[in-house]
Design a protein around this ligand. Structure first.
Ligand SMILES: C[S@@+](CC[C@H](N)C(=O)[O-])C[C@H]1O[C@@H](n2cnc3c(N)ncnc32)[C@H](O)[C@@H]1O
Length: 224
């Protein structure tokens, strides 16, 4: 932790300027993917191993989780992971517009009580912030075993003009996407018999002006 974190922590995390995220990675990374709340980092480290040409930005305030990720980075000698070890909401306004191609939000805290819903990561204010940092046609991959939270999140995404839900049939949201890497919380859910859902949203093109001035949500809707 003491050796690796200073090297992998994204530079200048407390400042107010934009974080030039691409320059924080070795040259030649074709795009940046981000995971919010990576827990103990198995998914993030697994993706980084599979895609050495992509830069991975992981956000996680839980110190033991960060330590667990760093030991995976060390063991596999990964060069393409950077870490923000704090609340992602502090970082989002400082990332350049359209700088992230894929965003993973996996088994996020569901905050069941109605008075706590405002803490959910998928509140519309955060969806605005994700839409700003996602590139055109970028994707958000959201998974959860908490169906009330997943339904609430789906409604917020569908309501947001910047996103299109990509599902075309039931299997698109009930089955793991191809090549999926199981997370720790997903394994825990499986042990108690919970079936997760997997929701993928595409960020609409910024230039896509649509009927009535609102980007339409059905994938079959035509942009004009
Ligand atoms: C239920 S755990 C899931 C961990 C992991 N994604 C998995 O599937 O095993 C949710 C994680 O999100 C992190 N988290 C919660 N709010 C966060 C925020 N605002 N920014 C970054 N991480 C956050 C928590 O610290 C926690 O590790």
């Amino acid at each position: 932790m003491e050796r690796l974190l200073p090297k992998l922590k994204i530079a200048d995390p407390d400042g107010h300027d934009l974080v030039e995220i691409k320059s924080q990675f070795p040259a030649g990374k074709r795009s940046i993917w981000m995971e919010i709340g990576f827990g103990t980092g198995e998914h993030l480290a697994g993706l980084a191993t599979r895609h050495p040409d992509v830069g991975f930005l992981g956000c996680e305030p839980f110190v033991n989780g960060v330590a667990a990720l760093l030991s995976k980075v060390d063991a596999a000698a990964l060069h393409n992971i950077r870490v923000f070890d704090d609340d992602v909401r502090l970082l989002l306004p400082r990332l350049p517009e359209a700088s992230i191609e894929r965003l993973f939000i996996l088994f996020a805290d569901p905050w069941h009580k109605v008075r706590h819903h405002r803490r959910r990561i998928t509140v519309s204010k955060n969806l605005d912030a994700f839409a700003r940092v996602l590139s055109d046609n970028g994707t958000v991959i959201f998974a959860s075993d908490q169906h009330d939270f997943a339904a609430w999140s789906l409604a917020n995404f569908l309501d947001h003009p910047a996103y299109t839900w990509t599902a075309r049939c039931r299997a698109d949201w009930t089955e793991e996407p191809k090549g999926w890497i199981t997370t720790r919380y997903q394994r825990k859910a499986r042990e108690v018999g919970l079936d997760p859902v997997f929701l993928t949203f595409r960020r609409c093109m910024r230039s896509c002006v649509t009927r009535g001035g609102k980007v339409l949500n059905s994938p079959s809707d035509q942009c004009i």
